[in-house]
Design a protein around this ligand. Sequence first.
Ligand code: FES
Ligand SMILES: [Fe+2]
Length: 378
Amino acid sequence: MTTIDVQNIETESVTKHGLPGFVFADDAVYEQEKEKVFAQGWASIGVGQQIEKPGDILPVRMAGVSLIAIRAKDGSIGVFHNVCRHKSAPLVDEPCNKRTLVCPYHKWSFKLDGELMGAPRFYGNENKPISTEDKADKGLIPVRFAVWWDIIFVNVSGDAQPFEEFIQPLDELLSEYPKEGLQRVSSTDYSGEVNWKLAVDNFLDGYHVPFVHSQACSIESALGQEDLFLSDDIVGLRLANGASNKPAKTAKQIPHWPGLAEEKMGTQQWFGIFPNTLFFVDPVWVQTIVVKPTGAAKTDETLSIYVTSEEAASDEYTAERARLSDVLNEVNEQDIELLDKLQHTRTSKVADQGHLVQAWDQVNMSFHQMWLRKMQSK
Ligand code: FES
Ligand SMILES: [Fe+2]
């Protein structure tokens, strides 16, 4: 039950304490988020290399919608509501590869481009195929989408600002990275009993890294972090000489981004793209976390890891890539374990008396402010 309305949350109090605890647990808040934060925004649902081959289909459920991303025959991507045009059964439950989508309920079938193909005995006793005219308004409902750095973003409402405009500040910041070379190493699914915003907040919290992930970063190294405020929707952090600049533990190292300037060879940068896209660019690897709320205190995540060139993806580095994947997944497991516990305390009344720290909490706090702006908009 909502005791305080989101409309009454004050910006100044968020600056000091972060968002009040109830917004991380309240069902009514989650209902509003479905529309104001997710449907109206540019939310990510997965990555292009999860649907590599023609016919690959990725179903995604989050924030009240059920979608499918499909790799068509010509290699292009399409995103549709995973909702049959007869009586709205879901067409696909699991990632799969298909030539056509057949509804499990009454076997209507759809092409990979969403067009209705057939509907058994559509005219009852009159045994003839469904006419072109009758098919015309029964194709799968397309969703507005964009692909950037292999991340598939959707705007379900259809009326968000153009994606190019939305991503422009970050696109510009990363313009010298040859992103075409990205080669996926792995995608791993997680789920946590936690509000999605705590997962985002945690990713933008550079303060915990040397403590929770002491294997990855020292406090001395974390002290060098720089806050990045790129737009009303994008914030991040930068470590000019990040953790991967440490001497290699093994003789062999996965190659850096080809052509990267010398001064960027140690730079790590990570970003929160509102609402649910977490994105990390290292000199050697890239990581994307798609955060998918399925309830006020339930969140799925998919973590995808990439190397940055064909050479880095070659057999020569198989063992190093496996190790990279293990290391990054270990970090994420440590976070999920913490988040599941945080859910109980951060949602309590006394959480509203927490004190954010000037030196460390400005980026995650600005994510809270972004959220508040969207939720309070008319
Ligand atoms: S609901 Fe899909 S065929 Fe009836
Ligand atoms: Fe973490």
